[in-house]
Design a protein around this ligand. Sequence first.
Ligand code: IVH
Length: 682
Amino acid sequence: MLDEINRLRRELNSHNHKYYVENAPEISDYEFDTMMRRLQELEEQYPEYDDPNSPTKRVGSDLTTEFKSVEHRFPMLSLSNTYSMDEVRDFTERIEKEVGQTEYVCELKFDGTAISLTYENGTLTQAVTRGDGTRGDDITANVRTIRSIPLVLQGDDYPELFEIRGEIIMPYASFDKINAEREANGEPLFANPRNAAAGTLKNLSSAIVAKRGLDCTLYQLAGDNLPFASHWENMNKAREWGFKVSENMRLCHSAQDIKDYISYWDDERKKLPFPTDGVVIKVNRYADQRALGATAKAPRWATAYKFKAEQALTRLVSVDFQVGRTGAITPVANLEPVLLAGTVVKRATLHNAEQIAQLDIRIGDMVYVEKGGEIIPKITGVDIDSRPADSKPFEYITTCPECGTPLVRFENESRHYCPNQSHCRPQILGRIIHFIKRKAMDIDGLGEDTVELLFNSGLISNPADLYDLQAESLTPLPRLGSKSAENIILSIERSKQVPFHRVLFAIGIRFIGETTAKYLAAHFRNIDAVATASTEELMQVEEIGLKVAESITGYFEDKDNATMIERLKAAGLQFEEETRELSSDCLAGKSFVISGVFSLHSRDELKKIIESHGGRILAAVSANASYIVAGRNIGPSKLQKAEKLGIPLISEQQLEEMIEHGPQANENDDTSSGQPTQGILF
Ligand code: IVH
């Protein structure tokens, strides 16, 4: 039986490679799925032959993973970059002055998120993000779900231990599919494939990552015993081991070769199915790379030529003004349709009045449109020469286009606002739609269309009205049967259990996002404490500055808001943060420094948890500290100091364990990372 299992694993690995790396499948999806199912059956039947690297294990797991911060064996540097061909020539001239006539490798600059993969004895053992270049997050579980990354290598001539680095990218097709799904679910869209790839990799469930269609191209090897003395030869070898190495790399012998490569890809890249943002030029021979060395930030043997954002010239037909849920006015340009980076563009953002005035944009002008990192393109300039003789400076609106109320501008804010929060239609609708969102009250029986329908029929004009709805009053409405009416009532009822910090996010205080709401809830514990806090008290909370503090006090001063909150309280929503931890004195005599970014708790929460168990909080690392509770992105100087003083680092889970089992729970853990090994490159 083991023979059949091994054969299936071998064949499935090989078909995975043909499909995901070579883009040349040899069998149909159906045949592939049938083999996969057979292997799954056999593995279930014979658990003794389990193998963590089996192709069946690519689906990921629903168990959430906390990312461990690990030190890179070789730092992950960035690249110097330029938009000018002249500077590329300066680069090659400098190189040749230092090392003489040499070879270069030109390759595409993939626009995703950098990853460093470690292979030991031909097996993927670790995948770490770039992080701050010195330490990154261990995201191995997520990376293992990416089909173009081999879990086990082919051949037998790879070094025992090496790292290979590359870019995890999201092809346009996957990006479009995910955003379409997110739009349908009322979730915020990813601005671009790069953000989508990075966001996906930080997802705590690898089962979700597995479904996101990520891809990975490798572009750098690092290790002690690489087979060849040049980048080009080693990358070609890595392809034989099963890695996806771009076929578009070129070995160049002169500045002219480099220039030709860049001009070719400047245009040709538009046809690629994944995003690129430039060309990377690398000195090929390692001996030359070593001689050239690196600055603190980037190697001196490589540089990136960045492509200019694609631009189009078209006519500005008119400007619409949209009113958001907080009353913010956004001007949107209507354009004569024009082709830009593969899509037809009809609308563009203009940001605010100041920007329109600064660029002196006028109706009827020919304007330059660019696609930057945003979903909606933006206007970046005007072709003054083609301006019609009778054109007039643009006049920004002074009253709300929806309700006619005079607009206001807050100090240090470039946007205009409609102050008529309670009676301006898009603001009312926007607030209710925000309130029901998944990350807020998660009232999934309702969608935007239904909210609009309920509003138009006079049944709701405020989030609190939702809790007075009866199934009988919904059924007569068009498109709402008794089943969906019941569902709506049921999901409204369920929302009464949503925890306080999400309620605080849901009620729509300007500038209060999910994270700030969490910090506020952890700090003040209940709504009355938030509502009566002074701006100074509010500013004690992490991430809250004067502008946000004033927005909070302003919110609670408003009578309509106060009435709404009273009604929501009466309906039974959670207006108090649950205290999960039981107080004890199990941390008495221990002092803690909290540093970094955490996933399970806010810093304030951690502080409260420690204090409620008798521990003390220290502001800085010193010999008095017993432990450092370390989150992600903890600063390198803190780490160094902790190491010097021999203070152990613990994660937030370890802190929880400590509270559960007493401080000795962690004493045998080895939390320090291994010694960096000597290696070439970087
Ligand atoms: S080489 C020390 N090659 O660009 C040099 N980087 O702006 C290491 N990138 O962090 C990088 N495509 O994430 C290299 N073909 C390529 C690349 C590439 C994209 C990214 C990489 C790096 C960033 C620097």
